[in-house]
Structures are given as structure tokens and as C-alpha cells.
Design a protein around this ligand. Structure first.
Ligand code: GLU
Length: 484
């Protein structure tokens, strides 16, 4: 039987790193084993659930490429079944109606906590005569349904943590249906997981304490138990539970930071899972699907390190097919008003050359676009703080640039094989290292102190633009030295 798994987010906010990791692990497991991955929106809490959040979750999953099988299940649409299942447990004697009011329970709780330190519901309504309870409920008295926790203990073999067992005496007869007929979380989840035929429940380990209650409900409903896997927490680099304090935790925030979906998937996959042995951390989604199995699930909390995420993004940027990269970069370039995407497409070879040059020095597409600016601008803009350093001796810089321009103007063809020895020859003739020529030149061409290698920059600019920028820099330096 192929496994059936589900991701069951409550739509009360963005898709966060933790939720995305849970979704991904369920998806990877399902895809690896040829099973199904289902999506259930747990919207029973009407006050906190929003359509906007549901949309954000869908968008986040789409972006990551986590497709789901079958129609989305909305938990709120299943309340009638949740209720029927709770009633079925009353009929079979696994649950009972409780007439104690919230105020009474609160009062008893306060008293018990003050005198004995802890409160546990004393089952008094379970001892009432059934006919009397039925009569009072029929007369309109409000009631809840409580599960009758049996003796003994409840345990399971967790795919992450191994044997886990809870003594039942620590669990009170918990409410499964509120007085307004709406289900409590554990009731809704179990009823839905049974109805959806879920065979493996994989979720965050903050749910471990719910699992014994859910197992009791499965048994009471005579349903087959699924397997359980509780994923360990994600920490920040300071070892504390990941939260807003650590910066961006919503998947969409990282998307806007220029992180690629394939990076995010790769990075999240390694938060609590490892293929084992020596392995290359940079993995494509297909490799993850092939390698992912429960045996690689880790017990230890994992660390969300944004620096590693960025590094990994750089790695995926290197691996990406050029055409795909060109599409992403040109969209971004157009959005920033630096050039029209169509124009870049018409100069595909040139644009490809530029991207190859920049991608090895970038960690994000945004990074690349920033570095592409001087190559796309009609005119160079000099960064003043860089100019103050590189053109510190303007007279000398001017002389070097004028000579450089003359040397380069004589170069044909405009290729690395010709440009490189020509510049070497110029440096030798002036008795300086060739690197000394590059600082002022870089400023003249790029307007800033950093760039890819000078010969690459010259070939990407091409003869006309390169010579024009060198000439413009000479004029600019004349202006700065008052010789203009
Ligand atoms: N809706 C629950 C949550 O967002 C998940 C329930 C489950 O996976 O069992 O934490």
C-alpha cells in the first residue's frame, strides 16, 4: 500500500520555515515512496483563520514546487463528521456527556490548584445516571463530550524518536466536542486523518503530547493506527527556538531576498534529515526525492543559519541552466527599470556572457542585478568614496587612463588574446605592474572599485563603450584637476 501523508496547516499567518519544512518532509516521503501527499487546511478556528493566510500557504507551497494530490480538504467543512464521530464514541461507551459548566470547572480547578497543586477532572458526570443525562440534555442543558481515558499507558514507535509512551493516569478525560457542537483539535484531526486514509502523520514535535489522545480516539473509533514521526525543532544560530527575533522566518521573505526555490527546498530538507555518510549538501529536488527516507530523520534540533542559506543559494545559482537564469535576471532587471527584458533577449549572447561573469561572484539574483548595473547603464556613475581612493592622484590617474585608451584603441580584434598582452606591454613600458593600470580603469569603466576581472569587463563592454568610458574619465579627471 503506498503511503498517504498530509500537511495540515492552520491558516493563521504566513507559511513559516517550520511549516514549510514539515510540508517538504511529508512531500518528499510521499514522492520517494510513490504515495500521496494531501493538503488539509485546518480552519476550524474561525476567529484566527484568514483567507489571506490560506492564499499565502498555497503560494508558498507552489513556489517551493510542493504539489499536492487530490482536492484540498478544508477541516471546517467536516464538522458534521467530527460531531458524528464524537457521538459514536458516546454510543460505544468510549466517551460520555459532561454537564459541568465552564464556570464550575474553573472554580474546581482554582481550588484544586490552591490545595493540591494540580487539577484533573474527577469524572463526576460519568457516574450520573444515563437516563438523567439524556433528560437534562433534551431539556436544553448545555453539555460537552469527554473522552473516557482508559487505564494503562499509551505509546507508539515514533519514526524519529523511537518508543514513546505516556501513562494514561496523567491524561484527564479530555473534551472532544464543545457545548456548541464544535470539535476540539484532537477530535477534528483524528477524524480527518481517518477519513483521509492517512498512514503516516509527520509533524512538529510540539504535537507529541497530543498523540496519545489521538491514538486513544483511533482505538475508540476502531480505526487502524497510522505511523507517527515528530520532527525536532528548528533553532536559530544562538541555539534558541527559531522566532521573529532571528530575522526573516516566513518563506516569502526569503523569496523576496532573492533565495531560489530550489535552494530553499535543499536547505529545508537538511533541517532534520540527512542522507547519511559523506554527502554533497548541494542537492537538486530530484536527488532529494531519491534519497529521502525515514531512516535519515534526525532526533536533534537543527539550526537555521541564514549564512549557510545564502551560500547554498550561490551554489544553486552556479548550477542553474543559463536560459533559466537569464529569464530570472531579465525580469528583475526590467522590474528595476535598468533595461527592457526584450532588449536583453535580443542580445542573448552578450547577456549570457555577462551573467556567466557575474554568477560566480554572486549569492543571489539580486546580487547579480546589482553588479550588472554598470554594464546596463548608458552612462557611468562614479562612486565618490571609491573615486577618492582609486583616483587619489588625479594627475597620475589621468595620464594612465589616457595611455590606456590609446593602447586599447589600437587593439584588433577586441579579444582577450589581444587586449591582455597589449596592457602588459603598456605597464612594462611605464615600469609599473599591470595591476596598477586596473584600479583607475575599473573606476573609469564601472564607476566603482570592485568588478570581475578587467579583461572580462573590457570584452563585455566591447570596444566602443570601453573606449568612450575611458575618454570620459580623462575628461572627468581634467575637470577634477582644474585642467578642463
Ligand atoms: N494544524 C496543526 C498545526 O498547524 C497541525 C496538526 C497536525 O499536523 O496534526 O500545528
Amino acid at each position: 500500500m503506498p503511503p498517504r501523508l498530509r500537511f495540515a496547516p492552520s491558516p493563521t499567518g504566513d507559511l513559516h520555515v517550520g511549516g514549510a519544512r514539515t510540508a517538504l518532509f511529508n512531500w518528499l516521503y510521499a514522492r520517494h515512496h510513490g504515495g500521496q501527499f494531501l493538503l488539509r487546511v485546518e480552519d476550524t478556528d474561525k476567529a484566527r483563520s484568514t483567507d489571506e493566510s490560506t492564499r499565502a500557504i498555497f503560494e508558498g507551497l507552489h513556489w517551493l514546487g510542493l504539489d499536492w494530490d487530490e482536492d484540498v480538504v478544508y477541516q471546517g467543512a467536516n464538522v458534521a463528521r467530527h460531531r458524528a464521530d464524537a457521538e459514536r464514541m458516546v454510543a460505544s461507551g468510549h466517551a460520555y456527556r459532561c454537564l459541568c459548566t465552564t464556570a464550575e470547572i474553573e472554580e474546581r480547578r482554582r481550588h484544586a490548584v490552591a490545595t493540591e497543586g494540580a487539577f484533573k477532572y474527577d469524572r463526576r458526570c460519568d457516574r450520573l445516571d444515563r437516563a438523567e443525562v439524556a433528560r437534562r440534555v433534551a431539556a436544553g442543558e448545555s453539555s460537552v463530550i469527554r473522552f473516557r481515558v482508559p487505564e494503562g499507558s499509551t505509546g507508539w514507535t515514533d519514526l524519529v524518536h523511537g518508543e514513546i509512551s505516556f501513562p494514561n493516569k496523567d491524561i484527564e478525560d479530555f473534551v472532544v466536542l464543545r457545548s456548541d457542537g464544535t470539535p476540539i483539535y484532537n477530535m477534528a484531526v483524528t477524524s480527518d486523518d481517518i477519513a483521509m486514509g492517512i498512514t503516516l502523520v509527520m509533524r512538529g514535535d510540539d504535537h507529541i503530547s497530543n498523540t496519545p489522545k489521538q491514538i486513544m480516539i483511533y482505538r475508540a473509533l476502531d480505526a487502524a493506527l497510522p505511523q507517527f514521526a515528530h520532527l525536532p525543532m528548528i533553532h536559530g544560530t544562538d541555539g534558541k527556538k527559531l522566532s521573529k527575533r532571528h530575522g526573516a522566518t516566513a518563506v516569502a521573505d526569503w523569496q523576496h531576498e532573492g533565495i531560489l526555490p530550489q535552494t530553499m527546498v535543499n536547505f529545508l530538507a537538511l533541517l532534520g534529515w540527512s542522507p547519511g555518510g559523506e554527502f554533497n549538501e548541494v542537492m537538486a529536488i530530484g536527488e532529494l526525492v531519491a534519497a529521502f527516507d525515514a531512516s535519515g530523520l534526525l532526533k536533534k534540533a537543527s539550526v537555521f543559519d541564514p549564512k549557510k542559506l545564502e551560500w547554498m543559494n550561490g551554489q544553486h545559482l552556479q548550477r542553474m541552466p543559463l536560459a533559466e537564469l537569464a529569464l530570472l535576471a531579465s525580469r528583475k532587471i526590467e522590474a528595476e527599470g535598468l533595461a527592457k527584458a526584450a532588449e536583453l533577449t535580443s542580445r542573448a549572447e552578450w547577456f549570457g556572457h555577462l551573467l556567466e561573469l557575474l554568477r560566480v561572484r554572486s549569492r543571489t539574483v539580486d546580487d547579480m542585478v546589482r553588479q550588472a548595473r554598470p554594464f546596463l547603464a548608458v552612462q557611468v556613475t562614479y562612486d565618490e568614496s571609491a573615486a577618492a581612493k582609486v583616483w587619489k592622484e588625479p594627475t597620475e590617474a589621468r595620464a594612465l587612463l589616457a595611455a590606456t585608451r590609446d593602447t586599447l584603441a589600437a587593439c584588433t580584434p577586441w579579444s582577450a588574446e589581444v587586449l591582455e598582452p597589449a596592457l602588459k606591454g603598456l605597464a612594462e613600458a611605464r615600469g609599473i605592474a599591470v595591476g596598477k593600470l586596473f584600479g583607475p580603469m575599473r573606476m573609469a569603466l564601472m564607476g566603482e572599485a570592485n568588478s570581475p576581472g578587467m579583461i572580462d569587463v573590457l570584452t563585455v563592454f566591447g570596444r566602443d563603450v570601453a573606449l568612450a568610458r575611458l575618454a570620459a574619465a580623462v575628461v572627468e579627471l581634467d575637470r577634477r584637476t582644474g585642467h578642463a
